[in-house]
Design a protein. Structure first.
Length: 145
């Protein structure tokens, strides 16, 4: 009976469950976001002439920045390496997608951008969790000091 109660009403301080949830969020949303970037990377030549330029820096450079945010930063997110730093371009990319690129469409059409944005902000606030390279690095630094 106690196991059922623990599963249904876990203690908020159960750090193991929280860390597993953070790992799952990093792996799932990092991989999903990377898929978007990989399609841009493989179709770079075709997309470079039609990619939006919301910042006025040129279509190709905008595409390069999007690929960096979606592929490079996703890899860091999945590994849990420099997580909060990696999330900054990811949040920025989704802000541009949600508020600028999809500004005139229905919420249903821009819901994926909103979901990514919200998840990335939550991960930025919480950090990578215990099952990350960030955690290993910080603990190593603490041991040497």
């Amino acid at each position: 009976m106690r196991n059922v109660i623990t599963i249904l009403f876990p203690c908020p301080a159960d750090s193991r469950r929280i860390n597993v949830a953070l790992l799952a969020l990093r792996l799932l949303f990092g991989a999903l976001f990377m898929v978007h970037g990989l399609s841009k990377l493989t179709g770079f030549i075709q997309m470079s002439s039609t990619f939006p330029d919301p910042l006025g820096i040129g279509r190709e450079f905008s595409l390069v920045l999007a690929i960096f945010g979606e592929v490079g930063c996703s890899i860091l997110l999945i590994l849990g390496l420099l997580t909060r730093l990696a999330l900054i371009p990811m949040v920025f990319t989704m802000c541009i997608a949600f508020f600028v690129i999809h500004a005139g469409v229905t919420f249903a059409a821009k819901e994926p951008a909103f979901t990514f944005l919200l998840t990335f902000v939550i991960l930025w606030i919480s950090g990578a969790g215990k099952y990350s390279l960030d955690y290993l690095i910080v603990n190593r630094i603490k041991k040497t000091c």
